[in-house]
Design a protein around this ligand. Structure first.
Ligand SMILES: NC(=O)CC[C@H](N)C(=O)O
Length: 378
């Protein structure tokens, strides 16, 4: 294990934003170059889950927590098979990781997976810049000799934008796999993998659900071939405006119980005829207050979204699949955080009830899904 001293001995690195703002620091993880959309995450804990969340594909994540890597990297907390962020930005990396489960340092893990990062920069100033100007493209470049700033900026400005990006198929499973129910099997669910996190099927399995995780490109025939009691739409990277809605519409036509989270919420919204739009800088962290308007209760929740559904907050909407309403709202900024159909068993939330990482306040949503499937069977 390497013990780093505030980046001493690491190559120089530079972070270049598409609007020309530049931060200089030291390499963290792999040395090289990378591009993506610069976004900030306010979680004080859970960096391993963040790094391995496929929804972060093509994003450069800036951690607002000043110390990152304190608990190292373990063999249990990955949410998928690899790190998906395209770059990683921290202020002070841990010099000595310390935790009973730690197997290696975060610096070593980033390097071994080829993830280019930067440390030693003023992440507070960078976050304030992104909050004022909005999420934007960024490049991180590290090495002993770097091109001039103008040349680096020109390369950042050529990188692809997140708006219009269709990314689910790049992160999803190529083959269907089954996560068995824990204990007695009560239901079968077909889960469309648009970038699913490992904890999500686990939360269903804990409730007696056998989960068939299908590729993002699965057809309605493939979904119904597993004879599902319910269909689940996962989280995932990219712009929801690019996604194909054929399968979701088929599920709504057949009135099969449906539950979606994050990207799944955006796709349900679009299938109902609502629009989606890009938020200025998104919600990413594990302490976002959301109100469940069906009960009035407030929950503290885990978020990772840069897009949101545009739906009226104070009226029931008529959609091709019956009446729909906004069931959940973010108390920071009134962004739509959940949808519910009133005439058939379908609902979704914009945030992460699987809570990896994050508080478990929203776990009741998996129980709601079970109740819908129970009611359908009765
Ligand atoms: N976590 C997610 O599913 C993210 C959904 C979508 N890619 C967004 O950024 O809003």
């Amino acid at each position: 294990m390497t013990i780093s001293t505030r980046g001493a001995g690491k190559a120089p690195a530079v972070l270049v934003l598409e609007d020309g703002r530049i931060f200089r620091g030291r390499a963290y993880g792999a040395v090289g170059e990378t591009f993506g959309e610069a976004v900030f995450n306010t979680g004080m804990t859970g960096y391993q889950e963040t790094l391995t969340d496929p929804s972060y594909h093509r994003q450069v994540v800036v951690m607002t927590a000043p110390h990152v890597g304190n608990t190292g990297v373990n063999d249990e907390d990955d949410e998928s098979k690899r790190i998906w962020v395209s770059g990683y930005v921290v202020r002070d990396p841990a010099r000595i990781p310390s935790n009973w489960r730690s197997r290696r340092s975060l610096d070593e893990e980033l390097a071994s997976q080829g993830v280019v990062g930067i440390s030693g920069i003023d992440t507070r100033a960078l976050t304030r810049h992104l909050r004022e100007r909005g999420a934007m493209r960024v490049g991180i470049f590290s090495g002993e000799t770097l091109a001039g700033d103008a040349a680096l900026l020109a390369r950042v400005q050529q990188a692809p934008e997140m708006k219009g990006a269709d990314l689910s198929a790049e992160v999803a499973t190529a083959e269907t796999y089954v996560v068995p129910a824990i204990g007695e099997k009560k239901f079968t669910v077909a889960a469309l993998d648009l970038g699913i996190k490992g904890m999500t099927p686990h939360r269903m399995a804990e409730r007696g659900i056998e989960v068939h995780v299908l590729p993002a490109t699965a057809t309605a025939e493939q979904v119904y071939a597993v004879n599902p009691d319910g269909v689940f739409l996962s989280n995932g990277p990219g712009d929801p405006a690019t996604a194909d809605l054929t399968v979701i519409k088929a599920v709504l036509e057949r009135r099969t119980p449906l539950f979606g989270i994050c990207f799944g919420n955006q796709l349900l919204g679009r299938a109902l005829g609502f629009g989606t739009y890009k938020l200025k800088y998104g919600h990413r962290g594990i302490n976002q207050p959301v109100q469940d308007r069906t009960t009035g209760k407030v929950e503290v929740t885990a978020h990772n979204h840069g897009f949101a559904v545009e739906a009226p907050l104070d009226k029931v909407s008529d959609t091709p699949y019956g009446r729909a309403e906004v069931s959940h709202v973010c108390l920071n900024d009134d962004v739509v955080e959940g949808l519910r159909l009133l005439d058939q068993p379908a609902f979704s939330v914009q945030y992460h009830p699987e809570a990896a990482a994050g508080p478990h306040d929203a776990a009741y949503l998996f129980d709601r899904f079970v109740s819908l499937m129970e009611a359908e069977r009765a």
